[in-house]
Design a protein around this ligand. Structure first.
Ligand code: ACO
Length: 436
């Protein structure tokens, strides 16, 4: 028998269908609620609202489970590559050897930017935040591929856009960094894989080829895989909402980059390192910052702690913490910020305020110290997140557009403004001393 939920509104009872996911998650389907009852639901921050059904990523915040297309994140982080994981997220299953080879090769043909695009970099202030430039460049790609902007692209056209985005974000991000430090761009190398090519464009200079260390490669691979998708987070929901109006994938993902930029989301990795640096400069007094975060009058948060969904631990944070220690040990790096991070985490985990609110380190807590060790400057951290999240955004845009049931996203509201009153011309308002 199919499960139903019952709701009583104005004394009248209504039955609502219950949707059950493949992992047993249950949702009350309120699609017809307004039609039948004239009521809407109110859910601040969408904490209880499933905006769609999705077959891409499963996460259980209580148990700390994260799986892409059914595969545990721990296995992907250990055994897969970023390109292979991207394929799996976008196309629904792990690729065969020949599919992977073809997918990898298709990137190498698309790394170069159109020469006119280079003018965008010239016009952007060197000190401007890299996320502003990234978002603009991603959106402007739409101008260079008008043939891919049909309202209903074919599967092959969607694949072409996906490849363009994955390849171009690699180059755009590295050039954004070069622009910020006033260095000449280093052209992509088609013989290199995805991450080595990125490191090459970031750190090679004329006459000095960057030597790629295995540890760096491996740490970056892990970070990008861990960031690759996270179901209906703020930026992915933004991509889906924008795309639901049939806006093209470049435009939709550009909006996702902007949503990611915020310090409560992907911008947190930058803020974590800035916070650790501040604590370090301030003599390492961790307790002072914990006290500040607990004081409701301060409006201060410990960056890198807390998560809307994870309430026991973030499995990505566990993997990243281990990776950070491995990288530092193998490369003999000594960074006081890592020590402060470890001590801060220990102190927070013992503190009742954080325990009661189930606040644990999230994915952004240790990622920044790894980026810093690799030599990536702080403002570029959210850009690194965006490179990692690209396959997830693409997969969600694709899933939504391929879903025959998908509708334009258009939430309701409960209006709390003034009730009707008449317009009063300005002369009469002044005469009567009316303020509004
Ligand atoms: N430091 C101190 N207190 C916190 C923190 C924090 N980092 N996070 C939440 N709290 C407190 C809140 O003040 C609130 O306390 P109260 O109940 O006494 O009012 C309680 O915990 C619940 O917090 P909410 O803001 O309601 O939780 P929400 O689920 O809306 O927010 C978020 C989640 C945005 C991640 C939040 O924990 C936060 O701001 N963290 C810091 C920023 C951060 O690290 N963001 C990255 C998240 S991961 C990602 O997006 C990739």
């Amino acid at each position: 028998m199919t499960e139903k939920a019952k709701i009583i509104v104005d004394g009248k009872s209504y039955e609502l269908p219950v949707v059950i996911g493949t992992e047993g998650e249950k949702g009350i389907d309120i699609t017809n609620l307004r039609k039948e009852t004239s009521y809407v639901t109110l859910d601040n921050g969408f904490g209880n609202t499933a905006a769609c059904t999705s077959a891409i990523t499963f996460l259980d915040g209580e148990k700390g489970i994260l799986r892409y297309r059914g595969i545990p994140i721990e296995q992907l982080a250990e055994q897969s590559t970023f390109v292979e994981t991207s394929y799996c997220l976008i196309f629904g299953r792990l690729p065969t050897r020949s599919q992977l080879g073809e997918f990898t090769k298709s990137f190498s043909r698309q790394y170069d930017l159109h020469r006119d695009m280079l003018n965008f970099f010239a016009g952007y202030p060197p000190a401007g935040h890299p996320m502003g430039l990234l978002s603009s460049m991603v959106c402007s790609l739409s101008g260079y591929y008008p043939e891919l902007l049909k309202p209903e692209p074919t599967p092959d056209e969607i694949k072409q856009i996906a490849v363009q985005l994955l390849a171009k974000v690699n180059t755009i991000s590295a050039y954004t960094y070069k622009k910020s430090i006033g260095q000449k761009f280093t052209a992509p190398r088609k013989d290199l894989d995805y991450i080595p090519n990125f490191l090459h464009m970031m750190f090679s200079r004329p006459g000095r080829e960057y030597k790629i260390e295995e540890e760096v490669l491996s740490a970056l691979r892990t970070l990008l895989i861990l960031h690759a998708d996270h179901e209906q987070n703020c930026s992915t929901s933004t991509v889906r909402l924008v795309g639901s109006s049939w806006a093209n994938m470049f435009a939709s993902i550009s909006a996702g980059v902007c949503a990611l930029w915020g310090p409560l989301h992907g911008g947190a990795n930058q803020k974590v390192v800035e916070m650790l640096e501040e604590i370090h400069r301030d003599g390492g007094n961790i307790q002072k910052y914990i006290t500040k975060a607990k004081n409701p009058d301060e409006k201060y948060r410990l960056m890198g702690f807390g998560h809307r969904v994870y309430k026991n631990f973030d499995p990505r944070a566990t993997i990243i913490k281990r990776r950070a220690h491995e990288l530092f040990d193998k490369m003999g790096i000594v960074d006081p910020l890592l020590d402060i991070a470890v001590k801060l985490e220990e102190a927070v985990l013992k503190d009742d305020y954080f325990a009661e609110r189930k606040l644990y380190p999230n994915v952004d807590f240790y990622s920044g110290v790894i980026y810093k060790a690799i030599g990536i400057p702080t403002p570029m951290f959210p850009v690194m997140f965006a490179i990692g999240r690209m396959p997830g955004w693409i997969a969600h845009w694709k899933e939504m557009r391929e879903d025959a049931e998908s509708r334009i996203g258009r939430p309701r509201q409960i209006y709390t403004g003034e009730t009707q009153h008449d317009f009063v011309p300005i002369d009469e308002r002044e005469e009567a001393g009316i303020k509004k």
